[in-house]
Design a protein around this ligand. Structure first.
Ligand code: SF4
Length: 204
């Protein structure tokens, strides 16, 4: 049995300059404050959409040129299944690029997908030199060397980007440190607006 998805949507705002079919997988290994998709993380969403439905949609949609694997955290799913699915997308719709969105905590998964994928969107949620702040944001103890490894694996792929929400607890100095880190990388970094999610159970 292949991957099972909770939902999907068409978006022009997800991958810069592209129309994406954004697919959502449940589960995550983080518990971030103000998580927009917390229902996918700890809820009990029905995984009702089969791979073949996504393959049909991406190969027949006249607008979409990109498939985004998002969540939740896609890398917590079986790596062989992720790899097989990406290869099936490439075979069925060779014009479509594939990107996976990740919190970067499983670099070993990114390494296994690197040769079949067009890029990753890697979150950089706090300065890598501040594991306490990273852990505060992610709601669990964080070894920031794992994020650094993911960045190095993802960097330079055609669709790779880095993203940082403007969390109110990040200082100017924190943002500057992330800006400095990413200015030495090949792929672009985006400082995104922060949107409060009062209903998120991970805020406490
Ligand atoms: S990494 Fe954080 S923000 Fe992203 S889905 Fe997991 S808990 Fe939510």
């Amino acid at each position: 049995m292949g991957l099972r998805f909770v939902s999907y949507t068409l978006s022009s705002a997800d991958a810069p300059g592209r129309w994406s079919l954004v697919t959502f997988l449940k589960g995550c290994n983080f518990r971030c404050k103000h998580c927009h998709n917390w229902m996918l993380v700890v809820g009990t969403p029905k995984e009702k959409i089969l791979e073949r439905e996504i393959l049909y949609e991406i190969s027949s949609n006249p607008v979409a040129d990109t498939l985004v694997l998002s969540g939740g955290e896609p890398t917590v799913h079986n790596t062989d299944k992720l790899r097989d699915f990406i290869l099936r997308v490439k075979s069925r719709a060779p014009h479509v690029k594939v990107r996976l969105d990740t919190n970067g905590y499983l670099p070993e998964v990114l390494e296994r997908l690197r040769d079949v994928i067009d890029g990753f969107a890697v979150d950089i949620k706090a300065p890598l030199s501040k594991p306490d702040k990273y852990s505060f944001t992610a709601g669990r103890d964080i070894d920031t060397s794992r994020i650094r490894d993911s960045i190095h694996i993802a960097d330079g792929l055609p669709l790779t980007i880095y993203r940082t929400p403007s969390y109110p607890w990040l200082s100017e100095e924190d943002i500057e440190e992330i800006r400095e880190l990413t200015s030495n990388l090949k792929s672009p970094w985006f400082l995104n607006e922060f949107f409060e999610v009062p209903s998120c159970p991970f805020n406490a």
